[in-house]
Design a protein around this ligand. Structure first.
Ligand SMILES: NC(=O)c1ccc[n+]([C@@H]2O[C@H](COP(=O)([O-])OP(=O)(O)OC[C@H]3O[C@@H](n4cnc5c(N)ncnc54)[C@H](OP(=O)(O)O)[C@@H]3O)[C@@H](O)[C@H]2O)c1
Length: 237
């Protein structure tokens, strides 16, 4: 019961892997604080979490919004960063610098600003879990933009595990996971992408958010875990 009454903030906790983590952590006795931009998504998420939970609006690309969030949330034991938007997919020759800059703003710099804003409120020997992405762990043509954004987070996590110790800093690197992030894709294109990926994976299927949530909980719970990258990608590498 190491999670009992631990206060855990999940930025990007209203859908997908962040929400699955919130459900798992709350079920193990933690108090989960889920954050995202949409009040509506947060309210829906709260109806799916059994246990102690609250929802807060934040835009993690905005320093004032982050300051407001931490003013409301107060002290926390652990932080999970699971938000992202508009990844810079596509062949290297076609991804414009402006698209990569936008993707950096909406993931790497969002993580950077969130952790910086969290530090004064985060228990010194608590932990941080950063969700990155498998595209930075092996060479996947068409994913150089994702590799750059997520690889930057992995690299910074190694440094921060040492610089911020005894705070523990860990990474979960998921492969293709069926979450609402793909809702905007035409159904046929999405089904094709998931089927095509599944047949190449060692496990013969793509992931679901529930594959990832216990890994996030493990890294929070295990006081001996720091500077780790947990690759959960069905064998994609
Ligand atoms: N799904 C995959 O296949 C996959 C693979 C590898 C890595 N990942 C990474 O895993 C993480 C979780 O992905 P997911 O698929 O679970 O995503 P998701 O279902 O789309 O959830 C994203 C969450 O982030 C929030 N969010 C987005 N932009 C935000 C912002 N500017 N400020 C604050 N919150 C924001 C969203 O709520 P609002 O929209 O209301 O803000 C939502 O709660 C992301 O970092 C993603 O890059 C995903």
């Amino acid at each position: 019961m190491t999670l009992l009454n631990q206060r855990i903030l999940i930025i990007g906790g209203s859908t997908g892997m962040g929400l699955a983590a919130a459900q798992t952590l709350a079920a193990r006795g933690a108090e989960v604080l889920v954050a995202g931009r949409s009040r509506e998504k947060l309210d829906t998420a709260l109806t799916h979490i059994r246990g102690k939970a609250a929802g807060y609006t934040v835009d993690f690309t905005d320093a004032a919004s982050l300051a407001d969030l931490f003013g409301q949330v107060g002290q926390i034991d652990h932080l999970v960063l699971a938000a992202a938007q508009d990844p810079a997919w596509g062949p290297f020759a076609e991804v414009k610098v402006s698209a990569l800059r936008h993707a950096m703003d909406h993931k790497l710099l969002g993580y950077w600003g969130s952790l910086q804003a969290a530090l004064p409120h985060l228990r010194r020997d608590g932990s941080v879990v950063l969700l990155t992405g498998a595209a930075s762990r092996f060479a996947l043509p068409g994913s150089a933009g994702l590799a750059a954004v997520n690889g930057g987070i992995v690299a910074m996590a190694h440094t921060l595990a040492r610089e911020l110790a005894p705070l523990r800093v860990n990474v979960v690197s998921p492969g293709l996971i069926d979450t609402p992030v793909y809702d905007a894709m035409p159904a046929e294109a999405k089904a094709g992408m998931f089927a095509g990926t599944a047949e190449k994976l060692l496990v013969g299927r793509t992931g679901v958010a529930e594959d990832i949530a216990p890994a996030i909980a493990f890294l929070i719970e295990n006081g001996f875990a720091t500077d780790m990258v947990l690759d959960l990608d069905g064998g994609a590498r």
